[in-house]
Design a protein around this ligand. Sequence first.
Ligand code: NIG
Ligand code: FE
Length: 415
Amino acid sequence: MNRADLLVIHASELVVGSATPLRGAELNHLSVIVDGAFAVRHGRVVATGTTADITAAWASGYVIDAAQRLVTPSFVDAHAHLVHAGSRHGEWEARATGIPKHGIDGGIRWSIEQTRKADSDTMQHDALALLDVALEHGTTVFETKTGYGLDVETELRLLRVAASLDHPVQVISTYLGGHVVPPEYVDRRDEYVQLVVDLMPEAKQWCNWFDVWCDPIGFTRDESLVMIEAARAAGMKLRVHADQTGSSGGVGLAVAQGARSVDHLEHISDTDLEALAASETVGIILPAVTFHMLEGGAHVADWCRQLIESQSIIALATDFNPGTCPTISMQMVMQCAARLYRMSYAEIWNAVTVNSAASLDIAGEVGCLQPGARADFIVWNAQEHGQIINRFGTNQVDQVFVRGHQFVANGRRLD
Ligand code: NIG
Ligand code: FE
């Protein structure tokens, strides 16, 4: 008999998932074991199988009986803007009722003002509380960008706050110096680009990723390239916001520059779609943004199907931020993806686990329960993986584990 630190048994369905990213028709195949079980040693999965197979070969003093409920890998949220100040619910009401005061760029400027005034302790406290909510909803890896400071002092403050977040959720920090041109630089865009370039080596001391918004209301392709080259020279890996409000060639640029992810994609051109499909870059799409920005419709479902059928690697994330996506729940993201993007249950599960992990270079480590992966998983108040998407609006998580340790019980963070 092999000894394990933990056995999880009697999962009605054990979603094992994939250790490598999936594209096209593969995305619609989800690896599931009925009456599944797995063994954990030193925080990692060491064996998976049916409950009969696992209990015949493995023993442990610590056994979680899932009692014929669903067990899945936990979520990897690969795109969010966690650390900021201020709420923009008023701005959203104006949009919803048809009298917008300003566009996304005006909203971002307001968030920049609030964030520059905020102190680190308050932002740290708020970010930790939000990470508790994310964890209670099943997220255990969370990418977060700066981008609401956009001056040297505030961007470094945001990077320091992100680095200080001591939490069971693994936080991966990104320097989004290239979010928008801040108000004081609107007539001196080149000087702002230079500021981002100059800050890169210091930003690299706090994080390994750089992001830029290549878009008609962000930065041009040429401006983005200058910042990307500086990021690469500093040894940072690349994510790119592209083509959210119009086509700027950002997807082609991201692919050519070896970005690990290119996100939004709403206005991707046919040429850029081909480039994405032929690459290893993950296209991250954001259905809760589509929902919140009131942009659903048949065209969105067609766009998503075209992305999948092109053979691009597609992932789903929240884009949690005060303007375009105030939810931090990946369950909500999945529910929006089904209703607005018409993705299947299997496609959605793969897109919130292995493919989002791949966009952060950690597929196989997280986002699946294959042997060798971290034992980051969810025990659900449901029996089948489709129920998490079909039911909407309530938290269906019962328990969450990180590296084989339990941090959520009855849907609430344990102290
Ligand atoms: O990812 N695209 C740019 N940035 C955000 C919007 C941020 C905001 O509205 O505050 C996004 O959607
Ligand atoms: Fe974003």
